[in-house]
Design a protein around this ligand. Structure first.
Ligand SMILES: C[S@@+](CC[C@H](N)C(=O)[O-])C[C@H]1O[C@@H](n2cnc3c(N)ncnc32)[C@H](O)[C@@H]1O
Length: 266
């Protein structure tokens, strides 16, 4: 694989990541992007099933690399008092804050919230209010830095979610290992990691702007988790439905996993 000097990193994200176009293209409807049919309903369904068990709950949940999005915490928000969202790009964090304050021009998450609430058997207006009330912080985050939330520090969380971030941030497998090790440190011993990612992907696009992605296999992800002493509870794979007609990315499959941090590590 071309492990390139041109892998798109922080400065490129800060300059080129179009938050509004990203939400419009990928999150306007529960089905997601028309060229990635089925991906988003798979993800929302997995999150709904995981959190509706009631097994994963606690004081604090951290989402690492949220982008401008809140969809990963719709099902979870019922079960945690405090949600911390985060991203590298200033504009992304501003979009989330705008939505929390319900400011004019903020993105409309209602179609996705309605869809999830239908699955979860909850009222969408209650969930929307709860989400806005429970997101307590939207932090600058850099998974390539030893303390990702520097200069802030956050108490260890009961659950950490990360979606499509680590493979976008990591130019090679060693960088990915280190990033996941830092994410693991944000969890309390015994806490749950919920991770969504792509297998075999080398790029994704927002409109015409291209972003790099570390090409991962299922074995790579399992190996990194094993070395960090996680116990994988579930590992689901959703294969790309129509790879030949997908011009916005080249993923072979999406994965969704839940893994528990060892109770013996800190
Ligand atoms: C493909 S988007 C995923 C956004 C969202 N989590 C989702 O599931 O749609 C990748 C995100 O990773 C963020 N990112 C890239 N490099 C990062 C880094 N070093 N630390 C933290 N986030 C980073 C980008 O700003 C972007 O929001």
């Amino acid at each position: 694989m071309a492990e390139s000097a041109q892998f798109t990193e922080g400065d490129y994200y800060q300059a080129c990541f179009d938050s509004k176009a990203y939400m419009k293209n990928f999150y306007s409807r529960p089905e997601g992007h028309s060229e990635e049919e089925g991906y988003l309903t798979f993800v929302l369904g997995c999150l709904s099933r995981t959190f509706s068990t009631g097994q994963y709950k606690g004081q604090r949940l951290i989402d690492v690399g949220s982008g401008p999005t809140i969809h990963t915490v719709i099902s979870a928000c019922e079960h945690f008092d405090e949600l911390v969202l985060s991203d590298f790009v200033d504009r992304n964090r501003e979009e989330i804050k705008k939505w929390i304050k319900n400011e004019e021009g903020c993105f409309d998450w209602k179609p996705l919230i309605d869809y999830v609430c239908e699955m979860d058997g909850r009222s969408s207006s209650d969930v929307e209010a709860k989400l806005r009330q429970r997101v307590k912080q939207v932090l600058k985050c850099d998974v390539l830095s030893e303390n990702p939330f520097h200069p802030e520090s956050v108490e260890p969380a009961d659950c950490v979610i990360t979606s499509l971030c680590l493979e976008a941030a990591s130019k090679d497998l060693q960088t990915y290992r280190n990033a996941l090790r830092r994410v693991a440190k944000l969890l309390r011993p015994g806490g749950a990691l919920v991770m969504l990612g792509v297998l075999g992907e080398t790029f994704y696009c927002i409109d015409k702007i291209r972003f790099s992605c570390l090409q991962l296999s299922k074995a790579d992800v399992e190996d990194v988790l094993r070395n960090l002493d996680f116990t994988v509870q579930e590992f689901k794979i959703f294969p790309a439905q129509d790879q030949d007609n997908n011009r916005v990315s080249d993923f072979e499959a999406i994965f969704y996993l839940v893994a528990l941090k060892s109770t013996k590590t800190s």
